[in-house]
Design a protein around this ligand. Structure first.
Ligand code: SF4
Length: 283
């Protein structure tokens, strides 16, 4: 924890906060906490998810003949590469939300900006390391441990610190850690019907999904998550609640923020990132 705290104190990174945070942390206190921990800014990954959706939409629309596998989950990417190398080329050539948000932030706030990714799974650490595009990645459990450790170094958390997200965010993609999220939020009307999509949330279901894709050319898009209970089911999330309760916390947060974000100037617009490189270097 000492090393991690030193990294934050020295670099004052931009914290990239995963959309599953409402399961384990309260809004807006989490923002104050991250700023108290010396993060210069705190942004939601929801903007990157929106940018990725647009890329997915265009890709699937322009290549209706292709079968594609979502490449947002690093465990699934590695599994396909190792177990089904013949399908490696079907992985979406678009980088994951973590990488896209880090690329965007580094350009937006200056090339020397460091990023700290906060997410509920360990697999993202591997992706961060292998791509070299995120400076530090920690799980929710590690963030909790860091908070406890930091409390032993300082007196108390200053909740008076600014407690609003910095630019940029998006509302519809707040449900990104849940099943059907990509398919639901990428505006797939006129592109994909329900029966052309396979969604799974357990690595053990992956083989079956691949088999179905191989035998049915009508299947065009696989959104495979490796954790049982989607991105909120991983053991590195702190909450022990069942997956429906966790999912409801995310939907409640989305609802709570809807009106507030509607006309906010901090809302992320697609055109802010027209210059962004979406290349996926992890596949
Ligand atoms: S499904 Fe699990 S391993 Fe994959 S991105 Fe989500 S939390 Fe990480």
């Amino acid at each position: 924890m000492k090393k991690l705290l030193e990294f934050i104190q020295i670099n004052k990174p931009v914290a990239l906060l995963a959309p599953s945070f409402p399961v384990d942390f309260n809004y807006p206190e989490i923002i104050s906490i991250l700023k108290w921990l010396w993060c210069a800014k705190v942004v939601e990954l929801t903007y990157a998810a929106k940018l990725i959706n647009k890329q997915y939409h265009e890709h699937l629309k322009n290549h209706p003949e292709q079968q594609r596998i979502c490449s947002n989950c690093p465990t699934i990417v590695q599994y396909i590469k190792n177990k089904f190398p013949e399908h490696k080329d079907k992985l979406m050539p678009i980088a994951s939300p973590m990488i896209i948000m880090s690329r965007f932030v580094k350009k937006q706030y200056g090339d020397n900006t460091k990023t700290l990714f906060v997410w509920p799974c360990l697999a993202k650490k591997i992706e961060a390391k292998m791509t070299g595009e995120v400076d530090e990645a920690i799980t929710f459990k590690e963030l909790q441990e860091l908070i406890e450790y930091a409390k032993t170094q300082w007196i108390t958390i200053d909740t008076q610190k600014e407690s609003e997200f910095n630019n940029f965010y998006n509302n519809s993609t707040k449900i990104y850690p849940l099943d059907w999220a990509v398919a639901q939020t990428m505006n797939r009307k006129d592109i994909l019907t329900d029966d052309q999509i396979i969604i799974t949330d357990w690595i053990s279901q992956t083989n079956e999904a691949i088999k179905r894709m191989e035998s049915d050319p009508n299947i065009k898009f696989l959104d495979l998550l490796s954790c049982p209970g989607w991105c909120v089911g991983w053991p590195w999330i702190i909450s022990k609640e069942d997956k429906e309760t966790k999912a409801q916390k995310i939907r409640d947060y989305q609802q709570k923020m809807k009106e507030k974000e509607q006309n906010s100037p901090k809302k992320g617009k697609i055109e802010y990132a027209n210059w962004l490189d979406y290349k996926n270097t992890f596949i």
